[in-house]
Design a protein around this ligand. Sequence first.
Ligand SMILES: Cc1cc2nc3c(=O)[nH]c(=O)nc-3n(C[C@H](O)[C@H](O)[C@H](O)COP(=O)(O)OP(=O)(O)OC[C@H]3O[C@@H](n4cnc5c(N)ncnc54)[C@H](O)[C@@H]3O)c2cc1C
Length: 362
Amino acid sequence: MVVVGGGVVGLAIAWELVRSGRDVRLVDPEPASGATHAAAGMIAPISEQRLTEPALHAAAEASAAAYPAFLDGVPGGGGCGFEGVDTLLLAVDDADRRALDDIAARHPGEVEQVGLREARRLEPLLGPRVVAARRVQEHRVDPRALAAALQGALADRVVRARVVGLLPADADADAGAVTGVRLADGTTICADEVVVASGLGAADLPGMPFAPPLRPVHGDILRLEAPAGLRPFLTRTVRAHVRGSRVYLVPRLDGTVVIGATQREHGGAGVSAGGVYELLRDAVAVIPAVAELTLLETTARPRPVTPDNAPLLGRAAPGLLVATGFGRHGVMLAPLAAQAVAQLAEGRTPSLADPFRPDRFS
Ligand SMILES: Cc1cc2nc3c(=O)[nH]c(=O)nc-3n(C[C@H](O)[C@H](O)[C@H](O)COP(=O)(O)OP(=O)(O)OC[C@H]3O[C@@H](n4cnc5c(N)ncnc54)[C@H](O)[C@@H]3O)c2cc1C
């Protein structure tokens, strides 16, 4: 089998296929350089407010639950910063507090009300503008470390090349049937099954039997480092509503903190100055000591987003599976995508993935 694209989704799929005994090649000129490079790594089926659609929420819950077993099988998977930790939800005014109440109402029994004194005990650097706090049990992982571990596990099954087209089957085969891929250097790789997992790159891949309805939603994200005197800076993931806008702070085990992320439908692919300003402004509003961190990195990447914010995951034609359009949730949904593709390759229909059929917009 050939997997096109080595972001977190393609890497997870390729590894799951290897584990199920398949002969696999993953083709990508620069693996993990797309949205995966930017991702914060929250595995947050409850605090992620955009997961209101029941099928997507069910998939997110199932994928989060599958993470430990998925990582267990990855050599080096233990070093990916996977942790089960609280997410602390914060508000700075009454309208923001109502947003926290909405999350609690959608997930009865899963969101704990936390008094401000207790919130400050949990996270001593909380600032005075915080007026309400809630707590949720969720997980996080370091996407760059996860991608590196999966690449290591796949070893020489990773082919560093660009796919410039899908190989069509003979004229008398089923419409759209695919038999392999063509690479930029003109060589081909034949395969009984091709999995297109190239994120936004799937939208203009020659030979696709349909045009995946994907659009880029750019995200700016920051990486900062806490000075020794301020460590541990945070222990929990913090997600704050700040006068109607949102910001999250994700601490990593190495003392760095990720602050994200904007959602830009328009504008260039580079880092937005306004986006950086808003992220820092809102982060400082809830954790004033953010102003004392060292800014290590500003990054922007486009997320591959579909019209209904759910992925395109399933069979597109004989010999062709598609796994793209993961939008804001590709890290969280990677184990589910990997399981679903492995089952589809065996001719089974994974029920959780059924609502995400790639032909649902045609
Ligand atoms: C700022 C930001 C923060 C995020 N935070 C989170 C988070 O906390 N939790 C979460 O679950 N998700 C998060 N996401 C979303 C997540 O990053 C994406 O959903 C996920 O990375 C999608 O993975 P992918 O493998 O489908 O695509 P990508 O990571 O974009 O990878 C696509 C790959 O395909 C390759 N490719 C493209 N075209 C071709 C071709 N023709 N031939 C060969 N290879 C090709 C590219 O080189 C690339 O490596 C975030 C995204 C952003 C931008």
